[in-house]
Design a protein around this ligand. Structure first.
Ligand SMILES: Cc1ncc(COP(=O)(O)O)c(C=O)c1O
Length: 391
């Protein structure tokens, strides 16, 4: 049996997505900037895709740019905005649990002379609203907070922060990394006070290397690179139309049955969590409780068992999971997210992330629990014999 539970790292494209990509390569191979019929056809389907995906998040087509993925969208949002606002206050703010494509940009900006506030999270991984309030009082030029944390699934209080911003009357521009949220948490940018928002195709069964950035009307950005002025001059380079059309199909399929899919993923996640809690001693759940958690991520520490060893043992049974943040790099690194949540070394060393998609089934969960139970017990026995280990 093969059970893929690493959907936060990436998802498998659906057959319809592959068909859309194929069709783009065979029929819409023209350059959308060309003046002849092939170009106009490509431009038409590009516009249609822009309108459709933009409307899925409540944006207007002219507020929606295609990029090469979540990393580029985050970089363009932060750096592009700061290039425009360089004459303003030098304070910028983010949280300690962002994806490296946000966190490392802020670290670089700090070394370049910006004053950066890295906001704390509580032990469940949710940002502290009092800290947000305190930093907003100082009116940073930019605040960036992710909607769903990619390691734990912790839902951040985006609507509350947007409301705080609105009522404070501050001019702070609000960027949201929604890469793990689209297709898992319903949201509409037009009903939230969000200025910039990033998504990525391969996290919702679309192709890799394509994403988008919502830029609210009136928010000024400068491009990061220069060329043929595609994407309203903000992202030069011939559009990757096959990937864009693939992502559009993926988005369409994702929003179609969102409510049922969210309920399904949540019930699979709850089942896995309950079975782990019932059958495996000495574990710690690192994902927050249901009200504060996305439906598709469960992070668990199996104390005494190194996460990488467990990952490779499960792999031999056809089960694919992740240790820490696999989508950032292969290098072994301690999770900055779990660290920010104050987890102990033993908990950091043994954390495994299970992440679901809408196609997973409960029989897969039962299989995973059975294998986990065996492997965790065997690995603990090998390492510790009959001794008890410490938290
Ligand atoms: C929260 C978050 N932001 C950004 C990214 C980067 O997206 P991409 O892989 O499309 O560059 C990822 C995943 O890798 C992510 O989980």
């Amino acid at each position: 049996m093969e059970v893929y539970l690493d959907n936060s790292a990436t998802t498998k494209p659906t057959p319809e997505v592959i068909m859309a990509i194929n069709r783009a390569y065979t029929e819409y191979y023209g350059n959308p900037s060309s003046l002849h019929r092939k170009g106009l056809e490509a431009e038409r389907v590009l516009f249609q895709a822009r309108r459709e995906i933009a409307s899925a998040i409540g944006a207007a087509p002219e507020e929606f740019l295609f990029t090469s993925g979540g990393t580029e969208s985050n970089n363009l949002a932060i750096l592009g905005f700061l290039k425009r606002s360089r004459h303003l206050n030098k304070l910028i703010a983010t949280t300690k649990i962002e994806h490296p494509s946000v966190l490392n940009v802020f670290k670089k900006l700090e070394s370049d002379g910006f004053e950066v506030a890295f906001l704390n999270v509580d032990s469940s991984g949710v940002v502290n609203l009092d800290e947000v309030k305190a930093v907003l009082d100082k009116e940073p030029v930019l605040l960036s907070v992710m909607m769903v944390n990619n390691e734990t699934g912790a839902l951040q209080p985006i609507a509350e922060i947007a409301q705080l911003l609105r009522s404070s009357g501050k001019k702070t521009v609000f960027h949201v990394d929604a890469v793990q949220a689209f297709g898992k948490v319903p949201f509409q940018v037009n009903s939230l006070n969000i200025d910039l928002l990033s998504i990525s195709g391969h996290k919702f069964h679309g192709p890799k290397g394509v994403g988008a950035l919502f830029v609210k009307k009136g928010v000024g950005l400068e491009p990061l690179f220069f060329g043929g002025n595609q994407e309203a001059g903000l992202r030069s380079g011939t559009e990757n139309l096959p990937a864009i059309l693939g992502m559009n199909t993926a988005a369409e399929q994702t929003v179609k049955s969102l409510t049922e899919d969210i309920a399904k993923m949540r019930s699979l996640k709850n089942r896995l969590q309950e079975e782990i809690e019932r059958n495996i001693p000495d574990i710690r759940i690192n994902s927050p409780s249901e009200a504060n958690c996305a439906p598709h991520i469960l992070n668990v520490s199996f104390l005494g068992v190194k996460s990488e060893i467990l990952l490779h043992t499960l792999e031999q049974d056809g089960i694919y999971v992740s240790s820490g943040s696999a989508c950032s790099s292969r290098k072994r690194s301690i999770s900055h997210v779990l660290q920010a949540m104050g987890r102990s070394e033993a908990e950091l060393d043994s954390a495994v992330r299970f992440s679901f998609n809408r196609f997973n089934e409960s029989a897969e969960i039962d299989y995973v629990v059975d294998r986990l139970q065996n492997h965790v017990a065997a690995l603990r026995k090998t390492i510790m014999g009959d001794r008890k280990w410490k938290r």
